[in-house]
Write a protein that binds this ligand. Sequence first.
Ligand SMILES: [Zn+2]
Length: 110
Amino acid sequence: MVTYSQVIHDNHEGGGLLLGRLIIDCNDVVVDDITVPNIEDQSGRFFFLRKGLAHQEKLKIRWLQSNGTCNYLGEWHTHPEAIPRPSNQDISNWKRILRETKFESGIYSL
Ligand SMILES: [Zn+2]
């Protein structure tokens, strides 16, 4: 993820998926892997849009390789700020993801 830090004015936002494990009998998760920006994604200094199927394909492969223990945990993206603050769009997206994503453990809910 550090590779995608926006340290130069021309750097675009980067983003992807967080992949990992839900820990049994607690609310902890472990991020084991991420997806990174690819040629199909769209980005600018102040936006990042996942496009195409590359992120979903990597999630599917990791899920199959792990016998279903490596799951979608969430999404990440960079901000062009030293101390990033979530935008209103970020907060809206988080709420949508929590509403629409189904987790087998049931630890996430609104
Ligand atoms: Zn953001």
